[in-house]
Design a protein around this ligand. Structure first.
Ligand code: SIN
Ligand code: FE2
Length: 221
């Protein structure tokens, strides 16, 4: 947290903050939480994607992912035929991933705090771009070294139907419609819940066009 920017979030860290919906014992949906910062977030995202372009990575099973993926921060999540893991370099360029912009770090910290996870300090931000039809199958986030820190996720652009499941793939999932600027935080006892995204529907978002972008902030290393 950069103390000089703390006041940006001060009003949104109070108990009066509206629309914090509890979706699990330690899981929260913060509707529109990122909207006040959107005009700072989008240009920062754009510069990251110039340095580390989106690409369709290969799963260990040999399938190309329907989402386009990139990362910023000290560690980026990658997958190829040898497996899922974090890497400090972008395999496309051989260079370190772009740095995590301060506005990203501060937003993630602030959202985590609001959800009851103080001191969140992301070292990784995964960027997933969904065009209509793209989806994310049910999975657990478990490539991180430890699970003490929550997952902090930001949705941008087209709406998505997010599946928030249990601890077994076959457990019934809650369906949560995620909109531009919404944030979802799950950690603690909920950290290893299965989750996924149904195929994105055709549409055009006024700011982002025919796409949804999800940023997932994690402590990976
Ligand atoms: C993910 O779990 O990796 C992505 C979730 C999302 O796009 O909302
Ligand atoms: Fe995930």
């Amino acid at each position: 947290m950069h103390p000089s920017n703390f006041d940006l979030f001060a009003d949104r860290e109070t108990e009066q903050q509206p629309r914090a919906e509890q979706i699990g014992e330690q899981s929260w949906l913060l509707r529109g939480f990122a909207l006040p910062l959107i005009e700072q977030l989008l240009p920062a995202l754009e510069s990251i994607l110039l340095a580390a372009p989106l690409r369709h990575m290969m799963t260990p099973g040999g399938f190309s992912m329907s989402v386009g993926t990139s990362s910023c921060g000290a560690l980026g999540w990658i997958t190829d035929r040898t497996g899922y893991r974090y890497s400090s370099v972008d395999p496309l360029s051989g260079s370190p991933w772009p740095a995590l912009p301060p506005v990203f770090a501060e937003l993630a910290h602030s959202a985590a705090t609001r959800a009851g996870f103080a001191g969140f300090d992301a070292d990784s931000c995964l960027i997933n771009r969904y065009v209509p039809g793209a989806k994310m199958s049910l999975h657990q986030d478990k490539d991180e070294k430890a699970y003490a820190a929550p997952i902090v996720s930001l949705s941008l652009g087209l709406p998505a139907m997010f599946l928030f499941g249990g601890f077994n793939r076959s457990d019934k999932s809650q369906r949560i419609a995620l909109l531009h600027g919404d944030m979802l935080i799950w950690g603690g006892v909920d950290r290893l819940r299965f989750h996924g995204v149904l195929p994105i529907k055709q549409g055009r978002h006024p700011r982002l066009g025919e796409q949804r972008i999800n940023l997932t902030f994690r402590v990976a290393g």
